[in-house]
Design a binder for this molecule. Structure first.
Ligand SMILES: Cc1cc2nc3c(=O)[nH]c(=O)nc-3n(C[C@H](O)[C@H](O)[C@H](O)COP(=O)(O)OP(=O)(O)OC[C@H]3O[C@@H](n4cnc5c(N)ncnc54)[C@H](O)[C@@H]3O)c2cc1C
Length: 389
């Protein structure tokens, strides 16, 4: 979605006015309870009630889809404006929306969906009525995604889907899923994959929670037992879903500024430091990480503005993914260390579930950052391939 743009100057005409508008909006709409919920965020999105409420407020203001074109209800902002907006929200601890619809499937539908799909699905994504999850990974298909085996066979006007997906973030919250299914066996495993839109309340579809070591429930296993999906719910051609998935991943990366989440993690760490006041050596390490964070923000803005994070430039997006996620982990490690022995928390709370302080939950959540969206090893393979060429 991002278009090639001029390299950013330190300031641009209209920046001050734009920032003033954002700040006025945040002062008006970011209530104390939403801000507190934003501060408690450790994973992909803030606790769901606050994430939904913030989504609604952004939607009412017309700011829910910064990267979408205006004709589809987006802001049509330049990448620079999207970056400023995200940074301002992060600096004010705004909640993080449950954003798969806005960042991934919405942009793909705009680019490759039929008129009927756009008419049916885009507005509920904007309003927040529909929440989407991503059904790609399977027990035997992660890094090697093309090994997926969930199959779909045509029966009349339907595909009949049978198989299993795993690590499906938010499947227990979402009412819709986009999924990759196998519709043919071909020489290249990437061929014979089809991209489908599936209603989560379809008969035969079961969501099984996967609870992680920190006691959180973010992802799930999803079982399909002869789930009927209308053929009209296919995006792109049958057996050409791989290209759709690649395009979606490009959108997901380009519609999502990364350093906003690092800035949020940094603020969490600063709050831990203020509470527990670690020793002087710690200040030195904070300074080093702070410099790395500022450099990362400058790099992201530069690459965004140069149109190099639109997914076409694999080297730039892999570099950004690996560097940002590893920095995210460093910040979370500092937060954990800052909270000292209290980081351990109590083994069990009143409910019997482990009670972990925020810094500890953040630490665990960021361990996953080098795994999802392509593991860092896979991204390093990509970079190595480019360097060899
Ligand atoms: C928090 C979180 C949320 C997720 N959400 C979703 C979701 O919503 N929907 C979804 O579909 N999936 C989701 N995933 C799954 C994610 O995409 C996969 O975990 C990821 O692709 C890795 O696959 P895997 O877990 O099967 O590991 P594997 O692919 O089995 O990899 C195991 C290890 O081997 C390494 N490895 C594998 N192949 C190579 C290679 N060729 N060269 C070097 N090293 C290699 C990997 O880097 C890794 O360290 C999520 C994962 C996490 C952690």
């Amino acid at each position: 979605m991002s278009s090639a743009a001029e390299l950013p100057a330190a300031h641009e005409d209209g920046d001050a006015h734009f920032l003033a508008e954002i700040r006025a909006f945040l002062a008006q709409e970011l209530s104390e309870d939403l801000r507190e919920a934003g501060k408690r965020t450790t994973g992909f999105h803030t606790e769901i009630a606050a994430a939904r409420e913030w989504h609604t407020r952004l939607y009412r203001r017309g700011w829910i889809a910064p990267g979408w074109p205006r004709e589809y209800g987006g802001c049509g902002w330049s990448v620079r404006r999207r970056f400023l907006f995200e940074q301002e929200c992060a600096r004010n601890d705004a909640p993080i929306i449950f954003g798969t619809g806005i960042r991934s499937i919405g942009p793909l539908m705009i680019a490759a969906g039929t008129a009927a799909q756009k008419a049916r699905y885009l507005e509920p994504i904007l309003s927040g009525e529909d929440l989407w999850c991503q059904g790609f990974s399977e027990p035997g298909a992660g890094s090697d995604l093309a090994a997926l085996t969930t199959r779909a066979e045509i029966e009349g006007d339907f595909y009949v889907v049978t198989g299993r997906k795993i690590w499906t973030t938010g499947a227990h919250l979402a009412n819709r899923m986009f999924a990759l299914v196998r519709t043919a066996r071909a020489e290249r495993p990437q061929e014979g994959i089809t991209f489908l839109l599936i209603d989560m309340d379809s008969p035969g579809l079961t969501v099984l929670p996967v609870v992680t070591i920190d006691g959180e429930h973010d992802f799930n296993e999803v079982a399909f037992d002869e789930v009927r999906v209308p053929i009209a719910n296919r995006i792109g051609e049958e057996n050409h879903g791989w290209a759709m998935a690649k395009q979606l991943m490009r959108f997901a990366r380009s519609n999502n500024t990364t350093t906003g989440s690092l800035r949020r993690a940094w603020r969490l760490m600063e709050r831990e430091v203020a509470r527990y006041q670690p020793g002087p050596d710690f200040a030195l390490r904070m300074t080093e990480v702070s410099i790395a964070l500022t450099a990362m923000e400058a790099l992201e803005l530069h690459l965004l503005a140069a149109g190099r994070l639109d997914g076409e430039d694999e080297m730039a997006s892999s570099l950004m993914k690996t560097t940002a996620t590893e920095l995210h982990q460093k910040i979370a490690e500092l937060a954990l260390e800052a909270s000292g022995p209290l980081a351990r928390g109590s083994e069990h709370g009143a409910s019997g579930a482990p009670q972990m302080p925020l810094a500890t939950r953040k630490y665990f959540a960021t361990r996953a950052a080098t795994i999802y969206s392509g593991t860092n090893e896979i991204h390093r393979n990509i970079m190595a391939r480019h360097l060899r060429q």
